[in-house]
Design a protein around this ligand. Structure first.
Ligand code: CA
Length: 361
């Protein structure tokens, strides 16, 4: 214990000394004091999700004047996508970038930190995370795994997905074979559908061949990149299952406490910046891609019928209730999340919702 404290102190002192000797551009030439590996769950340079991880690493390097260098690994480059959590937990890598719902096998509560069907939007969920106790609960959960989590991106409201046939009633969900992961998939199952789990790279061919009837992915920008409009024409909204999915970074706790306090602050603030950057990029690119999909590729854009949404909403409550009944930490997280959501909904209704409606009159 004493040895480690000495080490931390020493590293901190070392960082201070370097900080006082070099400034500005010179700092970039400084030898990195901390060389970190960031493992991600995304294919290398995957649009927005993967490139945002690159952006985060670069931001930390720039803000620290090169004192931290982070090498970013795409899925399977250093460890397989779904081993990123364990790799950072062990300290094989110092940092990870992914989505908390991938770790529901570690704790069911993890998935609540990505998204809850019919839950909060990006703006609302950031309110909860930063000012409503969300991050503190997340830290409490990941502490068991020697990890420090934080938000590092948000997709905004996703799309309901691509459907080969129209969805006109609740009955049309019965027997529907759809690629939809996580809680949304569980909800579809209760509605009589068959959720399928497929890696991103296999979605297009499965939809085109009819092996699946429908798929969700992210939103117009990412969906267009996959060419999903060539395999199914009906593009439904809204993404009831992922109303504002939070992407995460998770940092090995031992690696983090070795950083002097200024570098710790840089890492945390860079994550906050990445969180803002991703939603901004998605907003800009989804706007553009939606136009191209509709005008150029003649995609048929449709809202899911109200009775279908109502049915899915009801089933979402059932699915969440079952989780919180069997897992006490999930119950604690959901109580906080839902308490915040109930307040947020009242405010959103008289602010964002009322304004957006007024804007269309
Ligand atoms: Ca999705």
């Amino acid at each position: 214990m004493i040895k480690r404290r000495d080490f931390i102190k020493k590293t901190g002192m070392g960082a201070l000394a370097v900080g006082s000797m070099v400034t500005g551009a010179e700092a970039f030439a400084a030898k990195p004091e901390f060389k970190w590996k960031m493992v991600t769950t995304w294919p290398k340079n995957f649009p927005v999700l993967g490139t945002n991880a690159n952006y985060l690493a670069k931001t930390i390097e720039q803000m620290s004047g090169g004192r931290i260098r982070i090498k970013v690994y795409g899925a399977n480059e250093f460890v397989p996508a779904f081993e990123a959590f364990d790799a950072v937990s062990r300290g094989t890598a110092q940092m990870g970038h992914g989505a908390a719902y991938y770790w529901k096998g570690k704790s069911e509560a993890a998935q609540f930190f990505t998204a809850i069907p019919f839950g909060m939007t990006a703006q609302e969920v950031n309110g909860w995370l930063y000012y409503g106790g969300g991050i503190a609960l997340w830290e409490e959960l990941y502490d068991r795994f020697n990890l420090i989590p934080t938000a590092a991106g948000n997709t905004g409201v996703q799309m309901a997905g691509w459907f080969r046939k129209e969805i006109n009633s609740v009955d049309d969900l019965k027997g529907l074979k759809m690629r939809i992961p996580g809680l949304g998939g569980e909800v579809l199952k209760r509605a009589g559908g068959t959720p399928v789990s497929l890696p991103g790279g296999e979605i297009f061919t499965s939809l085109q061949s009819g092996a699946i009837d429908a798929t969700e992915w992210v939103g117009p920008y990412n969906d267009m990149a996959f060419g999903l409009y060539k395999a199914a024409k009906n593009y439904y909204y809204p993404g009831w299952h992922e109303p504002g999915s939070t992407l995460e970074t998770f940092i090995n706790k031992d690696a983090f406490v070795q950083l002097p306090s200024d570098l710790q602050a840089i890492v945390k603030h860079a994550c906050k910046d990445a969180n803002m950057d991703m939603i901004s990029e998605f907003t800009a690119k989804n706007n553009m891609a939606l136009g191209t999909l509709v005008n150029k590729h003649k995609v048929v854009l449709k809202p899911l019928p109200d009775d279908v949404l109502k049915k899915l909403h009801g089933l979402s409550h059932t699915v969440v209730q079952e989780i919180i009944d069997r897992d006490s930490f999930s119950k604690k997280v959901y109580a906080s999340y839902n308490g915040f959501q109930q307040q947020a909904m009242r405010w959103s209704e008289v602010s964002e919702y009322a304004f957006m409606r007024a804007r269309l009159l």
